[in-house]
Design a protein around this ligand. Structure first.
Ligand SMILES: CC(C)(COP(=O)(O)OP(=O)(O)OC[C@H]1O[C@@H](n2cnc3c(N)ncnc32)[C@H](O)[C@@H]1OP(=O)(O)O)[C@@H](O)C(=O)NCCC(=O)NCCS
Length: 195
């Protein structure tokens, strides 16, 4: 978690890093990789469809875990992915990750609260609020992009609450596991200022 003295300014609006005792954000470790893969592999077709994921594109379990763990050994400037674990009362309840990382420039962000029963209670908003400054500072990002499926209400309602701006909607196959769909492109343009 970042120190409380860290803040970001975005397009003139001061964005104070919020500290919340109930939830915690931390970099994921090798031991967490199977949990991320189990989450995706345990999703129903309907749940995958809600987020525009093509089940046929999901890697096999072991290969996927190894891919994530191998990437964790790389220097940040060469990382393909970077995962933050989301915890509530010490329990891992989800993750957010970036990929398509252009170190010092940009990355794409993804959001997942694993249990549907934990959603729509404000946890996602708080956890993303805490996660964004970590991605931005660690990878020197000038632009953070999130492209949820246009009809997926969770991320599309959450993102403007944490400073993302809607840029456009367009048809694409987002990421490496998505099928062709209409997405909303949300962008966060940080200006990191040490206090
Ligand atoms: C996206 C996700 C992390 C959001 O977390 P969350 O804890 O549910 O979000 P919050 O409770 O902080 O809600 C943020 C806003 O979105 C709204 N919202 C969230 N899920 C919603 C849903 N299914 N339907 C309608 N509104 C929803 C909330 O009402 C809130 O808006 P409000 O403040 O105007 O009331 C979570 O829904 C999730 O993991 N979804 C499944 C995975 C997914 O689709 N990921 C996106 C891939 S990019």
């Amino acid at each position: 978690m970042l120190a409380s003295t860290t803040f970001l300014r975005l397009r003139g609006t001061r964005y104070i890093h919020s500290m919340d005792d109930a939830v915690r954000v931390r970099p994921m470790t090798r031991d967490d990789a199977p949990k991320v893969v189990s989450y995706f592999r345990g999703l129903s077709r309907a749940a995958l469809d809600d987020m525009g994921v093509d089940p046929a594109k999901l890697p096999r379990k072991r290969a996927w875990i190894e891919l994530i763990q191998r990437d964790m050994n790389a220097p940040d400037a060469e990382r393909e992915f970077f995962y933050l674990g989301w915890e509530a009362q010490g329990t891992l309840i989800g993750h957010t990750n970036i990929n398509q990382i252009r170190f010092g420039k940009s990355a794409f962000m993804h959001l997942h609260l694993w249990e549907p029963s934990r959603r729509t209670q404000g946890l996602g908003t708080e956890l993303v609020r805490q996660s964004v400054p970590i991605f931005v500072e660690r990878f020197g990002l000038r632009l953070l992009i999130c492209e949820p499926k246009a009809d997926n209400p969770g991320p599309n309602r959450l993102l403007p609450k944490v400073g993302f701006k809607l840029v456009r909607s367009y048809r694409t196959s987002p990421g490496w596991i998505g099928y062709e769909q209409i997405v909303n492109r949300w962008e966060f343009l940080p200006e990191s200022i040490p206090v």
